[in-house]
Design a binder for this molecule. Sequence first.
Ligand SMILES: C[S@@+](CC[C@H](N)C(=O)[O-])C[C@H]1O[C@@H](n2cnc3c(N)ncnc32)[C@H](O)[C@@H]1O
Length: 246
Amino acid sequence: VSVYLVGAGPGSAELLTLRAARLLARADVVVHDRLVEPEVLDMTSPWCERFDVGKRAGHSGTQAAINRLLVDLGRRAACVVRLKGGDPFVFGRGGEEFEALRRAGVDCEVVPGVSSAFAAPLVAGIPVTHRGMSRGVMVVTGHSSDGTEVDFHALAQTGLTLVVLMGVERRAAIAARLIKGGLDPLTPVAAVEHACTPRQRVVRASLAELGAAAVSAPSVLVIGEVAALSLVSLEHRLGELAGSRT
Ligand SMILES: C[S@@+](CC[C@H](N)C(=O)[O-])C[C@H]1O[C@@H](n2cnc3c(N)ncnc32)[C@H](O)[C@@H]1O
């Protein structure tokens, strides 16, 4: 194997898998996104080459360009770590990168990571399937760049906890669709910003208030009865973990 598609977890290096930490320590090259915390990148060796393909870095940013870079690196370096925030196969376009590498004949291993979809509610003290309150959870994107979007109207009928990634920008429209679909406007919502990092912040609101609430990306939106819960001791402990630098 020469390319490892690795989940960096939601933020703190403490939440990396052992496999991820070991691969980072021996990587010749790391190709990472904007959401990967500096303390995670610091787990590489001093001679490891780093490529930031996050949008803010001025990289062309197209998926095709990233795929080409990975194929090229995979052919010439012994250990290439493609580091993606959270879990590489949850909304990270990791599947596309895996397919591109396979098509080019470059060996690739995928290493799961802790997804923000579950870690962010947890650090806010929200058990997404709390017994007696929620019998399941749906993880969806709030983004609709390709013109298609999740059927929020239908989701409103399920009674399940809703976890929305990439939903900050369209939060007003999402809330309106859910209410139109039958969800109570007083349904609790929690927005967890920068979960598991020192910048972690939790904003609580009702569904009707979500559109006007001050929330910025990256955030995970948790919508449903469980979003009113705040198991504070847990939030406190994990808040400390998020801020740890050791
Ligand atoms: C392209 S998706 C990638 C998701 C990632 N693969 C995962 O499993 O967490 C990016 C979105 O994930 C969410 N996200 C990722 N890391 C986060 C964090 N530390 N705090 C809050 N939201 C986060 C945000 O909704 C953000 O817009």
